[in-house]
Write a protein that binds this ligand. Sequence first.
Ligand code: PMP
Length: 417
Amino acid sequence: ALARIVGGVNSPARSFKAVGGGAPVFMQRGRGPYLYDVDGNRYIDYLAAYGPGILGHAHPEIVAAIARAAEGGTLYGTPTPWEVELAERLHAALPSLERIRFVSTGTEAVMSAVRVARAFTGRPKVIKMEGCYHGHSDFALIAAGSGPSQLGTPDSAGVTEGVARDVITVPYNDLDSLGEALDAWGREVAAVIIEPIVGNFGVVNPAPGYLEGVKRLAHEHGALLIFDEVITAFRVAYGGAQTLLGVEPDLTALGKAIGGGVPLGAYGGRAEIMDWVAPLGPAYQAGTLAGNPLSMQVALAALEILGRPGVYERLEAESAYLADGLVAIARRHGHTVQLGRAGSMFTLFFCDEPVTDYKGAERSDPQKFAAMFRGFLDRGVLLAPSRFEAWMLSVQHTRADLDETLQIADEVLRQMV
Ligand code: PMP
């Protein structure tokens, strides 16, 4: 079936998948925590579509919301009551978002947040952290260390050098380097952008006090603090890393999980900054599909489910159960592993030292990761196909799914050298 679908190099698709594509399987159906490939094989899904799949597949309430929205017509191009309601719900979850604008992807959310930061401060430069990924806009791609090579490097074709001059990269969890960069470039820096909890070189938590320090340094130099919570919001906690860790940024980018399974991004923050966004202010932002009634209604259904009592307590407990179980099995079979975990996402690093930055994540053994990925795939467990990514749980994974995964892990990790 695979050969038929790939269709050779002359296939108009010419790719395994639009994003990544490291998993050499074609999926055709999702149900609960499972995916089924074109040959009908079942996989327990921990890829979760690279994060958004926190509700699992075909969640009945999401299916109903999509049907309801479709019945009502999906393309208006006008404001709708759902847009207002969704903004209010997001504000209730993340109070730092005093004003919110909707877009269609995480990339657009980041790009728009950076644009308004530049407009508000009148400054051109952005400081980012090595290894953090902020989407596939030119600005984010050009930045050195935007992520593992295929995610975009400074020499990514088609991106002009002028953009590169405005992006400065410093290591994550390193306040001294940030301080030095701000001392050197401070008056030109519009914003410091960061994944408050990293999901893009594996899951890496900020050291105690680090985010507070980033905020203080940015503000001392008149720069804004942007949290890229495209992965972390409604993943590490309902209110994202900022409510979990108690540090509020000036601006936040959202995406992935907020869409409940349909494309949706959003950004927002302090009112005085967001009022610079058109049509109130001079910073342009549009998007034909921004705020479309389908995305708004499905997102509302998703947040309704995720906002119920106990949802995140259970995700946290199940994630800890699976992650700790995997670590114990790996160690029993003689592998040196480090765990990075935040809420329902985690990474097993195959290296000697706990991982605190991108350089540390790079030391995680790629051969071991590849063997683990393949071992699980062959036995019906789908992981993200990169050592720099995370296992992601959904509300539909049951304890039985986790126990089945641990049983398979025992075999996979025993056979790995
Ligand atoms: N920011 C972060 C932290 C992300 O993880 C991603 C996607 N992996 C993006 C931005 C870009 O979002 P999208 O792929 O929806 O454009």
